[in-house]
Design a protein around this ligand. Structure first.
Ligand code: PLP
Length: 379
């Protein structure tokens, strides 16, 4: 079946009890047993519930995995993946990883004996050089947040396989509509479903989708044991969002390309990071490994003061932390999403004080262009 058919139907069969086209929200914590030792498949909502099972089936199908598990946030999903490791294990991580994941790794998980090296994963030689006897995992965001650096999933996965390392890809920016890391050779995919998968900025959530049964069983165990599985109402909201993922992503992509081209030709903009522009260093790779370029980009206006002036003047683009919703969101990574990074690390990752991140929504593109133009005219 095609992507949209799967997104609308897999896991979303009519309710067997009533025939309701949209399954009800099972807003209950517990399920009675038919008799001692005999349930109808559910006993307690932390362990599982029908709305979670439905969403997990859809996401496994869309990413081409053997199993999917959903969590209360993208960070909870990432945390569960890193719990596949043991004290003493070493992880090679994309330089320029999402700030929250960087914080989880460097401020919390190091205290539990994990070790992380942040490497330019666009350079296979550097990835190979960073492997040590204790290395167990390679963890990549592609494209990265907010610098939009693209890593070659196929070549890194071949290296990971040859060295028996688990290869994890954060696919939040592309969504399964534009990129399928498992199909390209990754072992595990994570998503902040808060973003494109839900698409409407009305709940947080995360997902882990896997290609190997042993790791899938372990993630399922972690989800139940640690208790961060996504709640019924939130699963319902994400399932509803996923049904329109394809049409939203097409429009996001169209608007994204138009806005990136416009910003790149604007005299007040120093530089635009967007894999869809021929000037992007991994443009050819992005064309090969992605089916679209999406709507995430960042651009530099030269200084924090210029960024402040522009951001405070916008009327349609909303100043906010998140991304991937139908509405255009804009933020200043140095003081918002990546504020927990030391200034020198931010500089090393390419997050300058004048950098602005833009998540282009699906509004009318002319309105977005005129809003951005009136802000840039103040500089
Ligand atoms: C690429 C990426 N991964 C993971 C996360 C974390 O997701 P959440 O905010 O749902 O915990 C984010 C959040 O912005 C993100 O941008």
């Amino acid at each position: 079946m095609g992507f949209s058919t799967d997104a609308i139907h897999v896991g979303q069969e009519p309710d067997p009890l009533t025939g309701a086209v949209v399954a009800p929200i099972y807003q209950t914590s517990t399920y009675v047993l038919e008799e001692l030792g005999k349930s109808r498949g559910y006993d307690y909502a932390r362990t599982n519930h029908p709305n979670r099972k439905a969403l997990e089936r859809t996401l496994a199908k869309l990413e081409g995995g053997i199993g999917a598990f959903v969590f209360t946030s993208g960070m909870a999903a990432i945390d569960s993946v890193l719990r596949l490791l043991r004290p003493g294990d070493h992880v090679i991580v994309t330089k320029g990883i999402y700030g929250g994941a960087y914080r989880l790794m460097t401020k919390l998980l190091v205290e539990f004996g994990l070790e992380f090296s942040f490497v330019d994963t666009t350079r296979l030689d550097l990835v190979e050089e960073a492997i040590k006897p204790s290395t167990k995992m390679i963890y990549v965001d592609t494209p990265t947040n907010p610098t939009l650096v693209v890593t070659d999933i196929g070549t890194v996965s071949a290296l990971a396989r040859s060295r028996n390392l688990t290869f994890v890809v954060d696919n939040t920016f592309m969504s399964p509509y534009f990129q399928n890391p498992l199909v390209l050779g990754a072992d595990v995919v994570v998503h902040s479903v808060t973003k494109y998968l839900n698409g409407h900025s009305d709940c947080t959530g995360g997902a882990v989708i896997l290609s190997r049964p042993q790791e899938a069983a372990r993630i399922q165990f972690i989800q139940r044991a640690a208790g961060a599985g996504l709640a019924p109402m939130d699963c319902f909201l994400v399932s509803r969002g996923v049904k329109t993922l394809a049409v939203r992503m097409e429009r996001h992509n169209e608007n994204g390309i138009a806005i990136a081209k416009h910003l790149a030709s604007h005299p007040k903009v120093k530089h635009v990071n967007y894999p869809g522009l021929p000037s992007h260093p991994q443009h050819e790779l992005a064309k090969r490994q992605q089916r679209g370029f999406g709507a995430m980009m960042s651009f530099d206006v030269g200084s924090q003061e210029a960024a402040r002036k522009m951001l405070n003047s916008l009327r349609i683009c909303s100043l906010g932390e998140s991304l991937g919703g139908v509405e255009t969101l804009i933020c200043h990574p140095a003081t918002m999403t990546h504020a927990s990074m030391a200034p020198e690390t931010r500089r090393e990752f390419g997050i300058t004080d004048g950098l602005i991140r833009l998540s282009v929504g699906i509004e009318d593109v002319e309105d977005l262009v005129s809003d951005l133009d009136q802000g840039l005219a103040l500089l």
